[in-house]
Design a protein around this ligand. Structure first.
Ligand code: NAP
Ligand code: ZN
Length: 352
């Protein structure tokens, strides 16, 4: 075991504070990473503040991890000390079922995924996993990603959750030229959705509750931006979308968006609100064979594909770099939708 510095939530309301954690010594297949940057996902907030069931305290969130390799086990082939490496939302899965073997570890048929934080740690029985709000992490190389050297590392960190969570459904539902894609909510996920959808060639429309964000949406390469509270503006897009990715982190009326899908169009639910959405009206679904679906992050091969796609298209997240000591303030701003468009923690501040 080796000591690592971390920041933890100790209960659902107290401010974050320093916390020492033990990281295992690298086993044969492990990669040890000095964490340089970690993005701040709304899932971190949901978990740290116990908005979802099952938070185990102290809780060290963080699943958008980018850093430098400081050691590798004897059987590691894909990483060497001194190189860059990244870790997303998972650090292990059964790796024997059909889904894992197909590279869709997030949908493990045995429900045997070890999430990067707040999960029982199979590698350290009795312990739980601690995420990227820390100085170091040790991860099985099969769950480590290669970060192209051309990408700004701080801006690349959010690709490990926000990026892949949007890339996977865009690819699965065939976003590309001659498709019209909507992205609901311009936060961390939403702004990556806009960039990736545009890069894939789709006509991309952003739906926001924040009038102040429409100009930004255009800078981020949205073709159009719609204030979702403006019924007339919404009506102009009725029955016209192939795909809508809904990232909103709060319960809301889904019917306003299903009405915008054309025949056989799909709305993918990605946000995981604390309270359930009101049940959608079945009529608009039945009459145009519309679908409501869900999507969870992405598998490891697809995450690597997404990082390489981002390198080829020069895509990183628009970030606000913060010291770890500002994490409570960042959460308060995220709750207000006041993020442009991802907070990223500079882990150098942990040692300061
Ligand atoms: P975020 O940065 O906070 O963005 C959420 C956006 O939703 C806000 O910026 C806001 O955009 C919009 N929104 C509208 N009404 C809201 C309200 N009442 N409360 C909060 N947001 C509201 O969050 P994120 O990191 O992108 O995550 C979004 C959701 O996805 C979270 O629930 C998160 O847990 C979930 N998530 C799911 C997956 C998955 O695999 N399915 C992966 C990661 C995260 P406007 O101002 O533009 O309206
Ligand atoms: Zn996340």
């Amino acid at each position: 075991m080796s000591r690592a510095l971390a920041y933890a939530a100790f209960d659902k309301t107290s401010p974050f504070g320093p916390f020492n954690i033990d990281r295992r010594e690298p086993g044969p297949r492990d990669v040890q990473i000095d964490i340089l940057f970690c993005g701040v996902c709304h899932s971190d907030l949901h978990t740290a503040r116990s908005e979802w069931a099952g938070t185990m305290y102290p809780c060290v969130p963080g699943h958008e991890i980018a850093g430098r390799v400081t050691g590798v086990g004897s059987a590691v082939t894909g990483f060497t000390a001194g190189g860059l490496a990244a870790v997303g939302c998972m650090v292990d899965s059964c790796m024997t079922c059909g889904s894992c073997l197909a590279g869709h570890q997030q949908y493990c048929d045995n429900d045997d995924i070890t999430f990067t934080y707040n999960a029982p740690d199979k590698k350290q029985p009795g312990a739980i996993t601690y995420g990227g709000y820390s100085s170091r992490i040790v991860v099985d190389e099969r769950f480590c990603l290669r970060v192209p050297e051309t990408l700004d590392l701080a801006g690349a960190a959010p690709l490990l959750c926000a990026g892949i969570t949007m890339y996977s459904p865009l690819r699965h539902w065939g976003a590309g030229k001659r498709t019209k894609v909507g992205v609901v909510g311009l936060g961390g996920l939403g702004h990556m959705g806009v960039k990736l959808s545009h890069a894939l060639g789709a006509h991309t429309v952003l739906f926001t509750t924040s009038p102040g964000k429409t100009a930004d949406a255009k800078h981020l390469a949205a073709d159009e931006a719609v204030i979702s509270k403006d019924a007339a503006a919404m009506q102009k897009h009725a029955a016209s979308f192939d795909l809508i990715l809904n990232t909103v982190a709060a319960s809301h009326d889904l019917d306003a968006y299903t009405a915008l899908l054309k025949r056989d169009g799909t709305m993918v639910l990605i946000g995981v609100p604390e309270q359930p959405h009101p049940s959608p009206n079945v009529g608009p679904l039945i009459f145009k064979r519309r679908r409501i679906a869900g999507s969870l992050i992405g598998g490891i091969p697809e995450t690597q594909e997404m990082l390489d796609f981002c390198a080829a298209h020069g895509i990183v997240s628009d970030i606000e770099l913060i010291p770890i000591q500002k994490i409570d303030d960042a959460y308060a701003r995220m709750r207000r939708g006041d993020v442009k468009y991802r907070f990223v923690i500079d882990l150098a501040s942990l040692k300061a």
